[in-house]
Design a protein around this ligand. Sequence first.
Ligand SMILES: NC(=O)c1ccc[n+]([C@@H]2O[C@H](COP(=O)([O-])OP(=O)(O)OC[C@H]3O[C@@H](n4cnc5c(N)ncnc54)[C@H](OP(=O)(O)O)[C@@H]3O)[C@@H](O)[C@H]2O)c1
Length: 259
Amino acid sequence: MHTLQNFETPFNAMIQGASRGIGLEMVRQLLAHDGIETVVATSRTPHDSRELERMSMKHPERLQLVPMDVTDEASVADAAEEIDAQLDELDFLFNVAGVLHDDSVGLQPEKSLDDIDPGLLQHSFAVNSIGPLLVAKHFVSLFRHGRRAVLANMSARVGSIDDNRRGGWYGYRASKAAQNQFTRTLAIEMGRKAPEAICVALHPGTVDTNLSEPFQSNVPEEQLFTREEAVDYLFSVVDDLDPDDSGEFFDWAGEPIEW
Ligand SMILES: NC(=O)c1ccc[n+]([C@@H]2O[C@H](COP(=O)([O-])OP(=O)(O)OC[C@H]3O[C@@H](n4cnc5c(N)ncnc54)[C@H](OP(=O)(O)O)[C@@H]3O)[C@@H](O)[C@H]2O)c1
């Protein structure tokens, strides 16, 4: 577990997209950190996550579960109001929620043009690109405290236009590319509104979760990270970030990725 030693303690963190996968493991590791005062964990229905509920019973004072659907601005605003009533400041916000496939709406990554469906493209953009930007809109005021702070958006290497050699996955690639542009633009605005805050896009590697599960057969074993490994790597990158890194895109090892 990474110690996140470069945040002034005690500090507050929020994981958006925390009900399972990488986000859930982030909550688990943050709660194991003595320097953490409050962890806010959000997803559409966080109380339906057995693991989050179990953690909340163990840490009733430190863990807050807040419902938030990032595709619905009213839901983001309601969550912000609820959190704002209890927290004055945030030091760390990780926008983790993302979608690659979703049976409930019939979304599968496109193999070719024949698979393009405008409604499903809009769904990918709503969750992967517009969602993190709405969260920034409603939470940026909590970063105006003058201490080192980090707002990280979970991107994916396949969102890099420069890195695209294989094609396919139109919606996921394009929605992460749009998220990347939002992250750069947001970093510039945050440079004016909360100059001590660092805003970045991060790629977690290929991680063993529901999201990657259907596509793991082509991934060499040593390149498929456990959730514990991935979060340890990501927290290490977050901890090492400097103000100069704001507006940039890094992988799990802290290596820059071309946009
Ligand atoms: N796993 C990988 O190999 C990999 C690789 C590159 C990038 N990533 C990125 O890493 C992030 C996390 O992925 P993961 O593998 O942990 O995925 P996951 O296990 O499928 O978890 C996805 C999370 O997103 C939340 N979510 C989905 N739609 C939402 C919405 N409309 N509003 C709020 N929350 C929503 C889910 O919560 P509920 O459904 O409970 O609301 C869940 O907590 C994603 O952004 C993904 O693109 C993952």
